[in-house]
Ligand binder design. Structure first.
Ligand code: NAP
Length: 254
């Protein structure tokens, strides 16, 4: 049985906690959060504290707090020689205080507290300062996912850049589209089948094979029409830059 304490209960830790609490190989000993809060109904049997001095003993402490708070918060923990892991894609393992053993358990997925998602196909990227801890994290990761991979801090930073492109940037473009449609009294719902098919396509085609659209076809007439339609929009520059990027990529390959 792996004993786990969650430090912070935001988007990521709430999902990890729910999944680990369901595993027979994990015992969730406690949730710590600096602010008092109520755990979800299904997790209310788990002890909760807001006091650093009351943090219980565990095999692994999972720190799920914003990136910029990891370093300072880990230094305030009244623990010594324990395994503390953070869950960040973009923060190096050694940002954690060296008063404890360091590790990372980064679930490569987008999490929001209000959405429940299955974790079993989510890659869990692990790293540890000690080889025996790596084994423990592999075991812990396997209780919630079929995919557990060892990834160094340097590799994870690069992986995170790509994750930002495919998730954060793409999602931002949804926001742009929604705003443009709303200005013209059109419903974003109309785009949802296209969004879903675009995502599903890359299960069988490479992103490069799946690319379509006026920029890839070098269809100048359509591009000029779009730029004209966006002439007063703050997104005209973004459209032009993305079009140029696609043209450069496919132009090079011609
Ligand atoms: N969200 C994602 O999609 C995602 C995906 C993969 C990895 N990650 C990584 O997972 C980590 C957590 O992300 P998240 O989205 O779960 O964060 P989040 O929801 O914003 O985290 C909120 C939690 O952090 C605590 N917190 C905030 N500032 C703190 C501070 N200065 N000291 C102590 N606790 C503090 C909050 O406590 P209070 O309730 O007291 O404010 C709350 O428990 C980050 O490293 C992030 O990069 C996020």
């Amino acid at each position: 049985m792996i004993k786990v304490v969650f430090l912070g209960f935001g988007n990521v830790n709430s999902h990890l906690c729910r999944a680990m609490a369901e595993s027979e190989q994990v015992s969730v000993m406690q949730v710590f959060n600096r602010t008092a809060m109520q755990l979800p109904k299904t997790l209310q049997a788990i002890p909760f504290t807001t006091q650093l001095s009351e943090i219980k003993e565990a095999d692994v402490y999972i720190l799920g707090i914003p990136d910029d708070a990891i370093e300072s918060f880990s230094a305030t923990l009244p623990l010594r020689d324990q395994l503390i892991v953070h869950t960040s894609g973009g923060v190096a393992m050694d940002a954690l205080s060296n008063q404890n053993r360091m590790g990372v358990l980064y679930p490569l997925q987008t999490f929001s507290k209000q959405r429940t998602i299955a974790l079993d196909k989510v890659p869990i990227c692990i790293e540890a300062s000690a080889p025996e801890d790596l084994g423990l994290l592999r075991q812990l990761g396997s209780t919630i996912s079929e995919i557990v991979v060892e990834i160094s801090s340097e590799e994870r930073a690069k992986l995170h850049v790509s994750a930002v492109f495919v998730n954060n940037f793409v999602n931002y473009l949804y926001t742009v589209s929604e705003e443009l449609l709303a200005k013209n009294h059109l419903n974003f719902e109309l785009l949802k089948p296209l969004i879903l098919e675009t995502a599903h396509k890359i299960e069988t085609l490479s992103p490069s094979e799946a690319q379509t659209g006026p920029a890839k076809r070098n269809d100048r007439k359509t591009i000029e029409k779009h730029v004209h339609l966006l002439k007063d929009s703050p997104y005209k520059e973004l459209y032009t830059q993305l079009t140029q990027a696609i043209e450069t990529t496919y132009g090079k390959k011609l």
